[in-house]
Write a protein that binds this ligand. Structure first.
Ligand code: ADP
Ligand code: ADP
Length: 228
C-alpha cells in the first residue's frame, strides 16, 4: 500500500469559494510509496502550498480522501517534519537549542523528559555532524551563514525521526553553490535512512537531481502530470 494516497482531492478555501467552484487544487490523484522522494514543481499559484497543507492535515479536503500511512487524515499530523524557504530559527537559541526545539514543544507532556532529552541531544549532535555543522552546536543563528541556518532547520525537521519530511522551497534563498552543496547533504541523509520526502520547488534541476519522481503541477485542467 502507498504511504501517501490522495484520491480525487479537491479543496476550496472557504464556502464562498466553494459555491463559486473556485478550487485551490482540483482532482489530485497521487500515490507515494514508502520511502519515496517526490518533488512537485509548478508556477506560483498552482496549488503547491495547498497540497502541503493537505499532506500535513492542516487543511481538510472539500472533496476526496487522503490516507497517510494507511490512515485517513482527520487533523494535523505529528509524523512529519517541515522546513521552509526561511530557516526561521529562534535568534536567542543556539544551534543545538534550535534543533531540540520540537522536542520541547511535544515532550514535556510525557513522563521521562530528562532521560529522553539526553538521547535526543545525542541525536541532534549526530545530525549536525552529518550536515557538516560539528563545532557549531553553541553558535547563535546570527553567527551562521544562510546555508548553515538552513542546514540547522533541516536537522530540526528530522529530530523526531519523522516518517515524512516536507520541504517547501527550502533552498530558494540560497546562492547556486550553497544550494548544490545542500542538495548533496539532503540526498545523503535520505539515502542513509529513507524517509518519505515531499519537496516543493521552482527549480526543475533541483527536482530532477533529488527526487525519484517529479510531478508537474499546473493550473487546471489536468493538474498533475507525472514524469519519471
Ligand atoms: P502555490 O503554492 O503553488 O503558489 P497556493 O497553494 O498558494 O499555490 O495557491 C493555490 C490557489 O489557492 C491560488 O489561486 C491562491 O490564490 C489560492 N489560495 C491560497 N491560499 C488561499 C487562502 N488562504 N484563501 C483563499 N485562497 C487561497
Ligand atoms: P554555507 O556553505 O553554509 O552557505 P558560506 O558559503 O557562506 O556558508 O561560507 C562558506 C564557509 O565559510 C562555511 O561552510 C563555513 O565553514 C564558513 N562560514 C561562513 N559563515 C560563517 C560564520 N558566520 N561563522 C563561521 N564560519 C562561517
Amino acid at each position: 500500500t502507498p504511504f501517501v494516497d490522495f484520491r480525487d482531492v479537491w479543496l476550496a478555501y472557504n464556502d464562498e469559494l466553494l459555491a463559486q467552484n473556485n478550487f485551490a487544487v482540483e482532482a489530485i490523484d497521487l500515490q507515494v510509496r514508502q520511502g519515496e522522494f517526490i518533488a512537485i514543481v509548478g508556477p506560483s499559484g498552482c496549488g503547491k502550498s495547498t497540497f502541503m497543507k493537505l499532506a500535513t492535515g492542516l487543511k481538510m479536503p472539500s472533496q476526496g480522501r487522503i490516507l497517510i500511512g494507511g490512515q485517513a487524515v482527520t487533523g494535523p499530523l505529528k509524523i512529519s517534519g517541515m522546513a521552509f524557504q526561511a530557516p526561521s530559527l529562534l535568534p536567542w537559541r543556539t544551534t543545538l537549542g534550535n534543533v531540540l526545539l520540537p522536542l520541547e514543544i511535544v515532550e514535556p507532556y510525557r513522563g521521562n523528559f530528562k532521560a529522553e532529552r539526553k538521547q535526543y541531544e545525542e541525536r541532534a549532535r549526530q545530525l549536525l555532524k552529518k550536515v557538516g555543522l560539528a563545532g557549531y552546536e553553541d553558535k547563535f543563528p546570527w553567527q551562521l551563514s544562510g546555508g548553515m541556518q538552513q542546514r540547522v532547520s533541516i536537522c530540526r525537521a528530522l529530530i523526531h525521526e519523522p516518517r515524512m519530511l516536507l520541504l517547501d522551497e527550502p533552498f530558494g534563498a540560497l546562492d547556486a553553490f550553497t544550494r548544490e552543496e545542500l542538495w548533496c547533504i539532503l540526498r545523503d541523509l535520505w539515502t542513509e535512512q529513507p524517509f518519505n520526502v515531499i519537496l516543493v520547488t521552482h527549480d526543475l534541476r533541483e527536482s530532477v537531481f533529488l527526487a525519484d519522481t517529479v510531478y508537474v503541477m499546473r493550473k487546471s485542467p489536468g493538474r498533475f502530470v507525472v514524469k519519471r
